[in-house]
Design a protein around this ligand. Structure first.
Ligand code: ZN
Length: 115
């Protein structure tokens, strides 16, 4: 899956490849600066190789949310969803957004249903 980067200067969004990497934020940290192709703003990005690890973590968490909702552990599901949506602020995956929204709906319905 292509990594999407959003410029916080002008709002331009595109594949990370469109943003030229211009250097590390710290000498050896996981963050790099990338230059927005539209306005030249420097955007801080996670290194692309980190993305895969975050995606794996997100997939695992989504599985745990599914399981928790199925087994009626609503509190646990909500807790994982909170973490998951924080993680997705970094990942910016639309399908994950959809999953989070759908899971929240399922939790609300589970809460409203008689035991
Ligand atoms: Zn820009």
């Amino acid at each position: 899956m292509e990594v999407q980067v959003t410029c916080d200067g002008c709002g331009f969004q595109g594949e990370a490849a469109l943003f030229r990497a211009v250097g590390n934020v710290m000498c050896c940290g996981p963050l790099v600066f990338r230059e927005c192709p539209r306005c030249g703003n420097k955007v801080i990005c996670d290194r692309q190789e980190m993305q895969g690890e975050y995606e794996d973590a997100a997939r695992q968490m989504a599985g745990r949310v599914d399981e928790a909702i199925r087994e009626g552990r609503v509190g646990e599901a909500e807790e994982i969803l909170r973490e998951l949506s924080q993680l997705n602020r970094r990942l910016n995956l639309a399908p994950l957004d959809d999953f989070i929204r759908a899971a929240r709906r399922r939790i609300r319905q589970a809460g409203a249903a008689p035991p």
